[in-house]
Every structure is written in structure tokens, then in C-alpha cells.
Design a protein around this ligand. Structure first.
Ligand SMILES: [Zn+2]
Length: 560
């Protein structure tokens, strides 16, 4: 849940034909091998030509007039620092970027390499798409090539599971660790001094302090003080998430972090509204459609929720599918002491809405109801999902301790399902109270379309499972129907009661801490029915994009 809506990277549905590709690199070339290579190359070029259109190009822009004159001077410096994170991420994901690109003549393949930060298709289970390239190493370049998990686990290295170092092997086979700030000293020094320059110009005291501390953190790998300073920032208009942050690229241990950056401009008006909604949580908790014993907890109102426009994505968050909501910092000690900030990336959501959700709706939502698909409803549904994580029950009422501990590996998907349905419950409640504007039909129809969008990423991870549970439950309750034309039509009156029933069902599963019952729910409900799968296949045949790719930078912002 750290990096929200990026979990589709964990797709395991499609199999790799890695052996086929890796076999070509070390054989003596005979005439047959040459023919085989040419055939392979052509088929890969065809593969790329088919896959490239899954990404729709979008310009990343915003209204810069909301920034002060000094912030407008700071912005290019932050973008320059972000570009350095991009370089560093390449080094982590695929260090031979330049020689790879130089060896490729096909322009589409070069584009696809840039989108994927390497020769593996991130949204198709890392399938290699350049001739002669083998399977993606699970440990990227964080570990010596070909090393096994056991070898690392058995080693006596002090920092073997460190977040901010790499492991290297010398010619005698001896392992050692090198901290990021040593390995990437030159680049980090450059990024650090850019942040210091930006701090000198910035007006906002909180931003000034954060930029200075983050500049120090980049060159020491000690991020704690800057994480606190980041959470303390309240009145800033510009924001920057920068550094080695998420650990998805390290598929060996999920330990080592990748460089990334987001340059952000706060949407102050939306952020103010969000703060208001968080305050309404206790009352919404009281009205949950479930027996009183399941709703005795008081939801926290201290978590922070903000909306931003992103003007630059770099590194990890820009690779493959694009993140549209982030929950940081990841440091659990800081989380316990001070909470986190959930950042909603509004213009990126808008891009996905226009380029993906709208075309999906045209194909799969009943023609009469397409008028209800609206961006404001999409944005609200995604946001209230976030707020709704704070509602419900954290501790079982059966003496089994915390829900998370009782449900173990079954916890995440059910919690995501809870946030989906209670998010909708919040929308419904706030509309009734007049705290939220709009027509409930917009929110429900857009929610339905949202399920159809997310489920394209499969059910291998938590959000996908949650989506399918909701789909199957709602279908059984008659909350929507599939028309003879193969489109989906919401039954508004039944939608609300299905929502209430599913809310109660999930909260009770959580409150009882009954893991076997949750496993059963997963097996029966978190599956894609054949009929739906064939509807989703229609989207693929019609080339409806799966994700977006950004044109971004100071010139796109009109600052040059
Ligand atoms: Zn969530």
C-alpha cells in the first residue's frame, strides 16, 4: 500500500520465455544460429510494435500562476535534481543504458527501452524484448550478477539487507557492501548542491529547512531528519519527494531502495477540503452499517491528505506504470510517531482518467449511463479510498489481537477491499450531508468503470483481488447487470444496499479475525469470471491504453 496503484508491477499472470532469449548470447554462431537470430529479432520488433501503444503520451503541465516568483525560480533547480535521480535509477535498474541504446536501430524499441528503463517489459512480467537479452536479474544491479538468495543470507555482511547500499563481489569471490553515498558520490553531490541552491531562494521556511536537510541526507544516506522535516511542512506551495525510497526493484529481498523523484505543486484548495473530510471520520464511523460491537474504535484524524499536480516524475516512479498516489515516509518508526502523508497526484490521475478510463467506459459501460463518468467522481473515489483506510476496525473482538496479525497474508487484499467499499460509503454519506457536491449516479457509475479499469492488471496482487471481490459481490446482489450488448449497467438503488452489505461483511471478517473465512472469501470471490475476461479482452483488441507516459520538463511547462 506504500506505493498505491503501482502494484500491477507484481503481475505474474504471463509466463516468461526467458530460456529462448538467453540462449543466444554464448553460442558459437553457425548459419542456423544467424537465421534464428534474425527471426528472433524480427519477432521482437513486432512484439514491441504491438506493445508500445499500451502507453498513451501525455504532457505533464499545471497552472504555474499559483507559484510565487521565487518558487518559480526554485522549480527548475528541483527538476535538475530530479533528472539526476533518473540517471541513478538507470544505473540501478540497467547500468549499460548507453551501450544498449546505441546497439538498437529500431526507433520503437529504443522508445520502449526508455519507458521500461531497460530491455524488459515491466507490464508483461519483465519479458525481454531486445535480441540476445536474457531474463531480468531479480536483484537488478543491487547484488552481484547470478548470486543466490542463500549466498547472501549465509554471508556475514553487516549490511546484507541494507536499504542504502549495494553488495559487490571481488575477483577472489569475497563479498562487500558499498553505501550509495560512496558509490554515487559525484551524482549525489551535484543533486545535493542543487537542493542547497533551491533552499537559498525558497520563501517558505518549512521548505527551506527540508531542502537543506534532504541535501545533507542524499550525501550521507541518513534520511530521518529530512523525513521529519518533510512531514512538518504545511504552508509550502512547492514540494519534492526525492531520494532512494521504494524497494520494488530489488525482487530478491525487497530490501534495497531505488532512486526516484516527484516535483510537486500543491493544490491548496483541494488539500483544505481533504483536511475537512478527515475531521468527519468519527461521525462516519458511528454510522457504519454494521453491529455496534464492530465499530467501537475511534478513527485517527491526524493523518494528512494532500492533493498535488506533478510536474516531473523521475526514476522508479516513472518506470512502467505511473504512480498516482503515494503514502510516505516508509520509515515505520517515523510512521508510528508522526504518521504519514498521503499525496494524491491529481493531474496524473486526470491523464489516466481521460486516456484510459474514458475509452474503457465507452466500450464497457451502458450507453445510457456514460454521461455519469466524470473526473471529479473518479478523483473523489480514489481519495476516499485513502481516507477510508482509517475507518472500521483495527483490533479483533475475538481476542486474536490486531486484525493484521490475525489475518497475516490474507490481510492486505481484504483491507484494500474495505477501503474501496467504505470509500464509496463515505462518498454516499457526505453527499447526503451536503458536504460533497454532485450526483450519486456519477460516483457509482464511475466506481463501476474504475473496477473494470483496475482489474485489467489481474488479481495477483491485493488491489486486484479486492476489485474482483467487489465485482462478484455486487453482481450477486444485482447492483449492476451485464446487458445483451456486453456492457455494464448500474442499478442505482441496489448499488447502495450492496455497498452496505459488503461493508458489513468485510468489517465482520476483520473483527472476527477468522483467517479461514477470509481465505474462503478470496477463493470464491477474488476471481475473474470468464465472461468478464472476454469483455476485458475486447479492450486489448481495441488497443485501449493500459498506462500513460509523460512528456515533461521545463520546456513542457513553458518555462524556457
Ligand atoms: Zn489502499
Amino acid at each position: 500500500m506504500k506505493k498505491l496503484y503501482k502494484a500491477n508491477r507484481l503481475l505474474t499472470a504471463l509466463t516468461l520465455s526467458a530460456g529462448l532469449f538467453s540462449a543466444c548470447t554464448n553460442t558459437t554462431k553457425t548459419a542456423n544460429d544467424k537465421t534464428a537470430n534474425v527471426v528472433q529479432k524480427d519477432s521482437l520488433i513486432n512484439y514491441v510494435a504491438q506493445r508500445l501503444p499500451i502507453y498513451e503520451r501525455v504532457k505533464l503541465s499545471t497552472n504555474l500562476n499559483q507559484l510565487s516568483i521565487n518558487d518559480r525560480k526554485v522549480l527548475p533547480l528541483l527538476i535538475q535534481a530530479a533528472e539526476i535521480m533518473d540517471e541513478l535509477y538507470w544505473k540501478q535498474a540497467y547500468p549499460q543504458k548507453d551501450s544498449l541504446l546505441a546497439s538498437i536501430k529500431d526507433e520503437k524499441t529504443r522508445d520502449f527501452v526508455n519507458i521500461n528503463y531497460g530491455p524488459w517489459d515491466r507490464l508483461n512480467n519483465d519479458k525481454p524484448f531486445v535480441a540476445g537479452i536474457g531474463a531480468k536479474p531479480e536483484g537488478a544491479s543491487f547484488y552481484p550478477y547470478g548470486i543466490t538468495k542463500e549466498e547472501i543470507e549465509k554471508s556475514s555482511l553487516a549490511d546484507k539487507f541494507g536499504a542504502y547500499s549495494v553488495i559487490q563481489k571481488d575477483s577472489t569471490g569475497k563479498l562487500s557492501t558499498i553505501p550509495y553515498h560512496v558509490l554515487f558520490a559525484a551524482e549525489l553531490q551535484k543533486a545535493s548542491s542543487l537542493l542547497k541552491q533551491a533552499a537559498l531562494i525558497a520563501d517558505d521556511a518549512g521548505l527551506k529547512k527540508y531542502l537543506n536537510l534532504r541535501a545533507d541526507a542524499l550525501v550521507t544516506d541518513n534520511f530521518t531528519a529530512s523525513d521529519y522535516a518533510w512531514l512538518d511542512m504545511k504552508s509550502n506551495g512547492l514540494d519534492l519527494i526525492i531520494g532512494p525510497i521504494e524497494n520494488y526493484e530489488d525482487k530478491l529481498f525487497n530490501a534495497r531502495t531505488s532512486y526516484e523523484a516527484y516535483v510537486l505543486i500543491k493544490d491548496k484548495e483541494w488539500s483544505k477540503r481533504l483536511a475537512k473530510y478527515v475531521k468527519l471520520l468519527p461521525e462516519l464511523q458511528k454510522n457504519l452499517p454494521v453491529a455496534a460491537k464492530y465499530k467501537t474504535e475511534t478513527p485517527g484524524t491526524d493523518s494528512e491528505l494532500n492533493a498535488y499536480d506533478v510536474v516531473y516524475y523521475a526514476g522508479d516512479c516513472n518506470a512502467g506504470s505511473k504512480t498516482i498516489a503515494v503514502n510516505l515516509p516508509n520509515d515505520e518508526k517515523i510512521q508510528q510517531e508522526k504518521g504519514t502523508r498521503r499525496s494524491q497526484l491529481k493531474n496524473a490521475m486526470q491523464a489516466k482518467f481521460e486516456k484510459i478510463l474514458m475509452p474503457i467506459s465507452k466500450e464497457l459501460i451502458d450507453a445510457e449511463q456514460q454521461k455519469y463518468i466524470k473526473f471529479d467522481a473518479f478523483f473523489a473515489n480514489v481519495m476516499f479510498h485513502e481516507v477510508a483506510h482509517g475507518l472500521g476496525i483495527k483490533k479483533t473482538i475475538t481476542g486474536k489481537g490486531f486484525v493484521r496479525a490475525a489475518l497475516k497474508e490474507q490481510y492486505s487484499w481484504l483491507e484494500e477491499g474495505k477501503a474501496d467499499v467504505l470509500g464509496l460509503y463515505m462518498v454516499t454519506g457526505l453527499l447526503k450531508k451536503g458536504e460533497l457536491q454532485g450526483d450519486i449516479k456519477d460516483y457509482y457509475t464511475t466506481f463501476m468503470a474504475g473496477i473494470l479499469r483496475s482489474v485489467r492488471f489481474g488479481v495477483s496482487e491485493a488491489h486486484g483481488k479486492a476489485n474482483m471481490q467487489c465485482f462478484n459481490y455486487f453482481k450477486e446482489k444485482g447492483a449492476f447487470e451485464r446487458t445483451a450488448k456486453g456492457t455494464y449497467k448500474v442499478s442505482f438503488d441496489k448499488f447502495a444496499s450492496a455497498m452496505n452489505d459488503l461493508s458489513a461483511f468485510i468489517i465482520m471478517l476483520q473483527g472476527n479475525g477468522d483467517k479461514a473465512a477470509v481465505e474462503k472469501a478470496q477463493k470464491t470471490m477474488a476471481v475473474i469470471p470468464t465472461e468478464l475476461q472476454s469483455d476485458l479482452d475486447r479492450l486489448t483488441r481495441k488497443n485501449i491504453p493500459v498506462d500513460v507516459v509523460f512528456e515533461q520538463g521545463v520546456d513542457v511547462l513553458g518555462m524556457k
